[in-house]
Structure formats: C-alpha cells, structure tokens
Design a protein around this ligand. Structure first.
Ligand SMILES: [Zn+2]
Length: 56
C-alpha cells in the first residue's frame, strides 16, 4: 500500500499523512482529514483531492 502524501501549503514540500490506501476510491470524496504537518508544524486539513500517492 503506498503512503499518501500531501503538499504542504506553507513549504510546498510533500509530507506523509500517515494514511495508507490501496486505491483512491477507498476514500470518500467528501472526507476531511487533518494532519499535524512535520514540515511546518501546523495542522493542515486535506481532502482526497489533495492527496498524492508516493511513487513505488
Ligand atoms: Zn505544513
């Protein structure tokens, strides 16, 4: 299962969300999730539309 990343809106770097999914369809389109960002130390709300699957 690839780890799910999002792009930190503060630094622009990809950060791991701690979520692993088999495919994107497992996440509801209206899911709202919060991560404590390791890049900037803030909390970011993200949705599946923001998610990037890590390359293998
Ligand atoms: Zn951040």
């Amino acid at each position: 299962m690839p780890p799910v990343l999002i792009s930190c809106p503060t630094t622009g770097n990809l950060v791991p969300t701690g979520v692993n999914i088999v495919n994107r369809n497992e996440m509801g389109d209206d899911s709202r999730l919060l991560i404590a960002c390791p890049e900037c130390g803030r909390d970011h709300e993200w949705t599946p539309d923001d998610a990037v699957l890590a390359p293998e």
